[in-house]
Design a protein around this ligand. Sequence first.
Ligand SMILES: Cc1ncc(COP(=O)(O)O)c(C=O)c1O
Length: 331
Amino acid sequence: MGNIHQSITELVGRTPLLNLGGFQKHHGLEANIIGKLEYFNPNQSVKDRIALAMIEDAEKSGKLKPGDTVVETTSGNTGIGLAAIAAAKGYPFRVYIQDQVSKERFQVIQAFGGKTIKLTEEPTIAKTLEETKGDFIAAIKALKENVLDKEEGVTFVDQCSNPANPDVHKRTTGPEIWEDTDGKVDILVACVGTGGTISGTGAYLKEKNPNIKVVAVQPGPNSLPSAEKPVPDEEITGVHPFEGVPENLIPATFDRKIYDEWIAVEALDAYEAAREAARNDGILIGASSGAALYAAKLLAQRPENKGKNIVAIFPDTGLRYLSTNLFTTEE
Ligand SMILES: Cc1ncc(COP(=O)(O)O)c(C=O)c1O
């Protein structure tokens, strides 16, 4: 009937592209920086795409049955997206959360009826973290083997190893960019967390036109934990280093051959770019979007990129960072 949707699952994807004219003018840029506004997804982030895809993939394969519990180990955007999609589809949802995660994240997941468990509250994880001096990957592996694999009616979706993650970007994000630019895209810029976005979107675009350049963004050295500073002053949530990182620590969802170039962006530069997008174009984007925008600016300043169309993925909304320093003004 008419144009009434029956489920939020129908509202995932088909996000708009916006040419950041104000930002370009502000910096005197001669290339187009076009943001893909993923906060237009129903739960305000790019992760709605993989939340829906991972759940529907598990349904199709028969792994996830009515009444089963969906489980994930991230309270980030994926946790929020999964909590909402699981609620809409009638599945219980459980997420294991790092203790330092902000209160808002717990509240949002709980609002969707999701169950939140702190890592230190789960004995297997707490023990492994203690034995390995905080190795999160080892702790999740132990949780999977010792707890989740032994539990009936549980589907651990695991965004870092699930092929449905890059696949949904190849099926949706890539084609949307290609269609909405009429194929006139020269460069794709995306931050890397699980690597799903850049791998799937980049694969589709390169299939359409092998000359499209794919640029991957990682945090700069000052925005990463180091021996001197285990917790950096500022960080880019959801974005992880990959250059120089051993293969066994790279998520299976990241195809390292997909990018032609990588750029490291410091958190403070990412924050400033996000603030400039707010002031000049009226969009409130998150820290990783700011990082992609800053990298896009560096690319736009190169003479060889004059007149080119640079599409940058903006994964989420700045509203998710009001308790961080992203939009706090200098005293
Ligand atoms: C806010 C934010 N931006 C960017 C990314 C990176 O996306 P992907 O995991 O597809 O590489 C993530 C991933 O967790 C994220 O949470």
